[in-house]
Design a protein around this ligand. Structure first.
Ligand code: ADP
Ligand code: MG
Length: 668
């Protein structure tokens, strides 16, 4: 088998199909799409393909009983009333002249991209035996069908997307099975018996023990697929020389592993299904084993019809388990896949009843809604033992070297059962995959840092699950706290700036001549805390404005304050205890009186407005007052327990000037 289509041409087609799918330009607008939040709904799309007359089956004189009306609709004679026709509308209608490429590009190619998003997709060929299902799915070397075209494109896509330097490493595997008389048989392993179909905790359908072959090229695919196809159970009936007596299912899995943190993994499954014929047993002339086969085929197709009806009617029980076929299709019909049903019909009159029944089934299927979601989790080694996570921490090229090629392959080759158990093991940690990648990255770098410093502790990402979650939560909370503090700081800065602007405006209005010399020393008022020191200085300057006075400014120098004259070329240092001498007696007395008033009348809260008085001292002062009565002088403060003479000194220095200045220059 050869696809016979150039890669270049195929790439162009893929791009065009993807563009059409993104822009929503399909062949036809879907007639009914439900509205939901998550995951978004995707209606099962239905295309009908009418094959041309086939020489071997009918004479050229026969007229078709079906007629296409446009690219979406067709009509067929009404057998109850010959004057009338029955009209059907689908997502696409492909007439006798349509090519394999038309069907592939129009209906199949657009859904392939979902596989790389970690979503499932399925293509089902339905219809009576001889209507062209196998031709559509498999085709011939001259006219390759959906299967070879899809495989070629998918392999090409995964090669491009998984190339070195891209964020994800991709691998593709294939499985091939048939459902024959309600038995699931592995076509890649002729010795296997009936396999069981299981469902994992997330509703994914699995077949433990089913062979999975890794494929990296189309030649790989053919190497496995062609001999397996020969294994298929085929028999001769009157309707078709090579009528398939079983449902053939090709399963292609695309595994993706993120190369960098947060090391997610995704899995997309593609089912390509060539269903057995939906013909009426009475016309096949089947007897014995053939009749039994037809019975089994029709029974599973009958259940398929019931499943579709139950989904359409929203019944609480959908009979997926009533047949192997429907159980296998559980996550494709009404499940998690992007699905397309291609109903194949034949133009010959003797197919009429089967055609009508196939069209009715297709019309019902059109109403089924799926909810595809991304099948994503964290790679097991990220959550597993330290060794592996350390390897991955090295970064992609080093990690690959450390891991070795076989290991990567083993990961992608693990049997379904193993992958099922792995996903079950991971399921409680699914929340990690939704975590902010930046945070995970930070934890990883912390790990790296600890390792480089020779830390003996267990790396963060290999601590037990709960501990890890707590750590991550703490980091998140700390981040939020930092954000909050940053915001607050910004607010305060803005306030200070606004206050500064207001103050300077006010000062200009009230004491324009005095402020002028201070403008050269704006550095002293840059921070809000220093403002308290500057206020009394303004007062000093005001005092100094009188011709006989000296102008002084308090300036911070280390922990000591120096008094320097603005006029003097060199700042003149004075003894710290002489500060009172620099202030006019009137101002000093005024400040002392204000402090005394506060000490006698003020509440603990008022007292806290004084410099050097915290909540504890304020309480002590109030307590002393209650016990001993009023303070007669400011120095009485020394009698309060816990206030020393030295503290008293600095208290007076800090408060007298401030209070006096507030009286003179503050807004009255
Ligand atoms: P089914 O799988 O539904 O039983 P097949 O695919 O085997 O039917 O088709 C029956 C016959 O009709 C085959 O000989 C096939 O080559 C031919 N055929 C089907 N569809 C087409 C088509 N679109 N163009 C040309 N020949 C077709
Ligand atoms: Mg067939």
């Amino acid at each position: 088998m050869s696809a016979g289509v150039s890669t270049q041409q195929r790439r162009r087609e893929m791009a065009a199909a993807a563009a059409a799918a993104t822009s929503g330009a399909g062949r036809c607008r879907p007639s009914k799409i439900g509205a939901s939040r998550r995951p978004p709904p995707a209606r099962v799309r239905v295309a009908v393909r009418l094959r041309p007359f086939v020489d071997a089956t009918v004479g050229a004189s026969d007229t078709p009983c079906v007629r296409g009306m446009d690219s979406c609709s067709l009509e067929i004679a009404n057998w109850r009333n010959h004057q009338e026709t029955l009209k059907y509308q689908f997502d696409a209608f492909y007439g006798e002249r349509s090519t394999q490429q038309d069907i592939y590009a129009g209906s199949v190619q657009p859904i392939l991209r979902h596989l790389l998003e970690g979503q499932n997709a399925s293509v089902l060929a339905y219809g009576p035996t001889g209507a062209g299902k196998t031709h559509t799915m498999l085709g011939s070397p001259e006219q390759p069908g959906v299967i070879p075209r899809a495989l070629m494109d998918l392999l090409q896509l995964t090669r491009e997307e998984g190339a070195e330097g891209r964020p994800w490493a991709l691998s593709v595997t294939m499985s091939y099975l048939e459902i024959y008389q309600e038995k699931v048989l592995d076509l890649l392993d002729s010795t296997s018996g009936d396999l069981v179909i299981r469902e994992d905790c997330r509703g994914n359908i699995l077949i433990p023990g089913l062979t999975q072959k890794p494929i990296t090229s189309f030649a790989d695919f053919e190497r496995h697929f062609l001999p397996a196809s020969r294994n298929r159970t085929v028999g001769a009936t009157r309707l078709n020389q090579r009528s398939s007596r079983s449902h053939a299912v090709l399963l292609v899995k695309v595994d993706q592993r993120e190369r960098l943190a947060p090391f997610r993994q995704r899995e997309g499954k593609l089912y390509l299904i060539d269903l057995a014929g939906s013909e009426d047993n009475r016309r096949t002339g089947n007897k014995g084993l053939r009749l039994k086969e037809s019975g089994a085929i029709n029974a599973s197709l009958f259940v398929l019809g019931k499943v579709v009806d139950a989904l359409n009617q929203g019944l609480p029980r959908v009979p997926y388990r009533d047949s192997k076929l429907t159980r296998l299709l559980q996550d494709s019909l009404g499940g998690s896949a992007h699905s397309i049903l291609i109903a194949n019909i034949a133009p010959e009159r003797h197919f009429y009843l089967d055609t009508v029944s196939a069209l009715n089934f297709a019309a019902r299927t059109k109403e089924v809604i799926n909810r595809p979601f991304t099948n994503e989790s964290l790679q097991p080694h990220v959550l597993g033992p330290v060794k592996l996570s350390q390897k991955e921490l090295l970064g992609p090229p080093e990690a690959k070297r450390a891991r070795g090629p076989e290991e990567e392959e083993i990961g992608s080759l693990e049997p379904m059962a193993a992958s099922a158990s792995a996903s079950q093991k991971l399921s409680p940690l699914q929340k990690l995959s939704s975590m902010d990648p930046a945070m995970l990255e930070r934890l990883l770098s912390l790990d790296r840092l600890l390792a480089s410093q020779g830390s003996q502790g267990a790396p963060l990402l290999s601590t037990p699950k709960r501990e890890r979650m707590v750590l991550m939560k703490t980091v998140e909370e700390k981040d939020l706290e930092i954000e909050r503090l940053k915001m607050k700081q910004k607010e305060l800065e803005a306030k200070v700036l606004a206050q500064k602007a207001e103050d300077s405006k006010e000062k200009e209005n009230h004491c324009p001549t005095i402020l002028r010399p201070l403008l050269h020393r704006t550095v002293t008022v840059a921070k809000p805390l220093k403002k308290a020191v500057v206020m009394p200085l303004q007062l000093i300057q005001e005092q100094a404005a009188s011709p006989n006075a000296e102008i002084h400014i308090l300036k911070n120098k280390g922990r000591k304050r120096k008094l320097e004259s603005l006029d003097a070329p060199e700042p003149e240092e004075k003894a710290e205890d002489c500060w009172e001498l620099q202030i006019s007696p009137e101002l000093l007395a005024h400040g002392r009186q204000k402090i005394l008033d506060l000490l006698n009348e003020g509440s603990a809260r008022d007292l806290r407005s004084l410099q050097r008085i915290g909540p504890k001292k304020a309480q002590l002062i109030v307590g002393w007052r209650e016990l001993h009565g009023r303070f007669s002088q400011v120095e009485d403060l020394e009698r309060v327990e816990g206030i020393t003479g030295k503290q008293m000194e600095s208290f007076l220095k800090a408060n007298i000037l401030g209070l006096a200045a507030g009286q003179r220059c503050g807004p009255s």
